[in-house]
Design a protein around this ligand. Sequence first.
Ligand SMILES: Cc1ncc(COP(=O)(O)O)c(C=O)c1O
Length: 480
Amino acid sequence: MTPTVAPTLPPEIDPLVRAFLDAPGALADVLTRFGSPAHLVFPQVFTANLARFRAVLDARVSGYRICYAHKVNQSRAFVREAERAGIAIDVASPEELASARGAGFDAARIEVTGPKGEGFLRDLVDTGVTVNVDNLWELRRVAELAGDSTRVPVLVRLSGFPATPISRFGIPLSQADAALDALAAQRDRIALRGFAFHIDSGETVERVRAVEACLALTERAYGLGLTPSVLDIGGGFRQVFTADGDAFDRYVLALREALLGRGEPMTWGGNTFGFHLEGGAVHGTPVFHKYANTVPATRMLDDLLGAGLAAHGGRSVAQVTAENLLDIWLEPGKALVDHAGITVARVEFVKDVGEGITLVNLDVSRDTVTPADQEVMVDPVLLPAARGDEQPVGVFLAGRLCLERDLVTNHKVWLPRRPVPGDVVVFPNTAAYHMDLSAATASMHPRVPKLAVTQGPDGFQVCRDGDYEPAAAVAAYRGA
Ligand SMILES: Cc1ncc(COP(=O)(O)O)c(C=O)c1O
């Protein structure tokens, strides 16, 4: 059963990725060489994203530092690309730190965020990396562990801003006095670089409140004779997954109707995606809201830098930080790898399990393509493309694990034709958290390999992610 117009979730696809998918034989060649499934990363898309960020910052502020948030993807290629581009890196574990070091980052370009624990702190204090402290215990412990001759560079992460959801991270504003006391008392051992926050929200106003709080504390720190020189605005800049916000809305509308029993069923196993049904109506906010975003990360950044600050006579964030000689640091993760990765799987078999219920079984499991088990609300690309005389078909994509719950999609996906074994399914835009965050080796399946794809004068080159070297690839690309 197909609705008159099949509801779709059209993906935004970067032109370079599109060119790769369209290049005759390019993807087939990769699958022949490396097998299926595979994660493909595109370092040149990373570089282009970075250039857009830099353009916004260059236009607005004089001093800034971009720290690539490594946690978004374990890819070595992205880390190498970041190193070559001359930016800094934000690491959140000893393993990420080792990865950054291995890719060539020196201590001066490394910032360590997140909660750390005794062992990690001990390893950090003498290295010269900037420690972005998460809590008062860390702040005091850094001072205790620091040798008499070293001053540990520290950023103090704050949270608990007015009208902002509670966070498990950062020092709540209510404990700011204790933080300032510790910073002042330990000035011989701690070099305060500045105050930091990270808010995972699309709301500029939330970040503006955080900026105001950080600036107020910066003033108080000056009053204590401390010399902070950084305002760290964190990451959280959004991705754009959808190529068509209206189509996304139409899909969600059809889904709501389906939940009310109107039209064809669109969810697997009674899943309601955070909606609840009451009084014959659908209520609530769906859990996949972020996939509907149409505001690019660079606009979010520009809006924040241009936002007026009430406590500073309406002058903008960019102006006030410049007047106070504060450098802006930011830690984008997902925004830097937006569209810089795809995940490729093969159709194993197609199975009809009931009226209008078709399962397309893939050689990946759900954890291969979802960030922390979230539903991925963007249509995959089916290859080879439909000939044009076929009918769209609504299907659920099923995973390879022998587990009832291993559905790659719990929502119905309309593909342009009925797939057959051996077809290729491409999941777009998976570089940010989708590839690694939930990745498991359940049923003893090996981890999905990661490959780096670059475009050069002779077409596309592909190598294992761990073997990628940016200089060679960029030289080839520039020569095009
Ligand atoms: C402190 C900090 N900075 C930066 C990031 C990166 O966030 P995003 O990938 O949303 O830009 C995170 C993500 O959790 C974080 O905790």
